[in-house]
Design a protein around this ligand. Structure first.
Ligand code: ZN
Length: 300
C-alpha cells in the first residue's frame, strides 16, 4: 500500500491529484452565504477566543469571486453553497439565495436547507423539484432536535429522492441541547434510508457516529476539519479510529469548511494523507464517494 505525501501548499494540490490519478476534488462541505450573513459569520469567528476558547483566523476572507476562483484552482469540480438557519422563517429565504447562486455559478451545486417549522415539507419538496441536490442542517446552531416530528414530511421527501443531507450533529466545537448521536439515531430509526452525511466525522463523538454508518446503509461521514493540526488540539481523533475510517472507506467523503478555516485548504488534504490509509483510500475520499453523492460525471 502506498501513501503519497499530501500537498504542503494550495499550489501543490493539482500535482498531488495528478499523482493519485483523479480528475479533481468532490468537496461536500463548502460554504457560500449572502454577503451580509457571511460578514456576520466571520465576525463570530473573530470572537472565537470567547466563543470556542481558541483563536480562529479565517484564511480565505475574500470576495466571493476570488473564493470561487481559488476553489477551481484547487480542483474542486462542483462547488456547494451550504447555508443553514439559526431560527424559524429563514430557510426559505436562504433556499431562494441558493437557487440564485446555482443559476449564476455554472459549476455551483444547487443546495438548500431546512428548519423544524410549519411548511418545511412543502418548501423542501419545492427545492427538490427546483433542482436542489445537497442539503445542510446544523443542530447546534439551530437548537432543534433532528428527529423533531415537524421535520417528518421533509425527511420523507429527502429519503425518497436520495439527496444527501450534510448534518452537523456532533457536539463539537461546542455541545448543544440536541447534539450527539442519540437523536440522529432516533431520526434514522424513523427514516432508515436517508442519505445523511455526518459533518466533521461527528466529532468529538467519532466512534458513536461511525456506529451509525455501519448500521444504516446510506449514512456517510464528511472529513471536515478532521485530523488537521488545529482539530487535533481541540478534539483529537482516538488512536483506534483511523482503522474504522479505513474500513468505512466507501462512505467517507471530503469536506473542508472552506472558506471558514484557520489554515490553508491543502492542509485538510495533507492531514488525511498522513493518516496513512493509502492512495486508494484517498481516491475514494477525495473524489469517488463525493462525486457519486453529487452525481458529478467522472470525466468532469
Ligand atoms: Zn461547515
Amino acid at each position: 500500500m502506498t501513501s503519497t505525501p499530501g500537498p504542503a501548499t494550495d499550489r501543490e494540490i493539482p500535482e498531488y491529484l495528478g499523482r493519485l490519478g483523479i480528475p479533481g476534488l468532490a468537496d461536500l462541505h463548502v460554504h457560500f452565504l449572502p454577503e451580509a450573513m457571511q460578514r456576520k459569520v466571520w465576525a463570530f469567528f473573530d470572537r472565537a477566543v470567547t466563543e470556542y476558547g481558541t483563536a480562529w483566523p479565517i484564511t480565505y476572507r475574500l470576495a466571493e469571486a476570488e473564493r470561487l476562483r481559488l476553489l477551481r484552482s484547487f480542483g474542486v469540480r462542483a462547488i456547494p453553497a451550504l447555508t443553514y438557519p439559526h431560527k424559524a422563517g429563514m430557510a426559505q429565504w436562504l433556499n431562494e439565495w441558493c437557487a440564485e447562486f446555482a443559476r449564476r455559478v455554472p459549476d455551483g451545486v444547487h443546495c438548500a436547507t431546512l428548519y423544524p417549522e410549519p411548511g418545511v415539507g412543502d418548501y423542501v419538496a419545492a427545492a427538490i423539484a427546483d433542482g436542489a441536490r445537497l442539503f445542510k442542517m446544523h443542530v447546534q446552531v439551530g437548537v432543534f432536535a433532528p428527529d423533531d416530528p415537524l421535520l417528518d414530511p421533509a425527511w420523507e421527501a429527502l429519503a425518497g429522492s436520495r439527496i444527501p443531507v450534510v448534518i452537523h450533529a456532533g457536539s463539537g466545537p461546542t455541545p448543544g441541547p440536541y447534539t450527539g448521536p442519540e437523536l440522529v439515531e432516533s431520526l434514522l430509526r424513523k427514516h432508515p434510508t436517508l442519505t445523511l452525511v455526518i459533518a466533521h466525522l461527528g466529532m468529538p463523538e467519532y466512534h458513536q457516529f461511525a456506529d451509525l454508518v455501519e448500521r444504516y446503509g446510506r449514512v456517510h461521514l464528511d472529513t471536515t476539519m478532521a485530523a488537521t493540526d488545529f482539530t487535533e488540539h481541540l478534539a483529537p481523533m482516538p488512536a483506534d479510529y483511523p482503522r474504522r475510517l479505513r474500513d468505512l472507506g466507501d462512505r467517507v467523503v471530503l469536506g473542508s469548511d472552506f472558506p471558514n478555516i484557520p489554515y490553508c485548504y491543502a492542509h485538510q488534504i495533507e492531514a488525511l494523507a498522513r493518516l496513512d490509509l493509502g492512495d486508494e483510500w484517498m481516491r475514494k475520499v477525495l473524489w469517488d464517494n463525493g462525486r457519486r453523492l453529487l452525481e458529478v460525471d467522472d470525466d468532469a
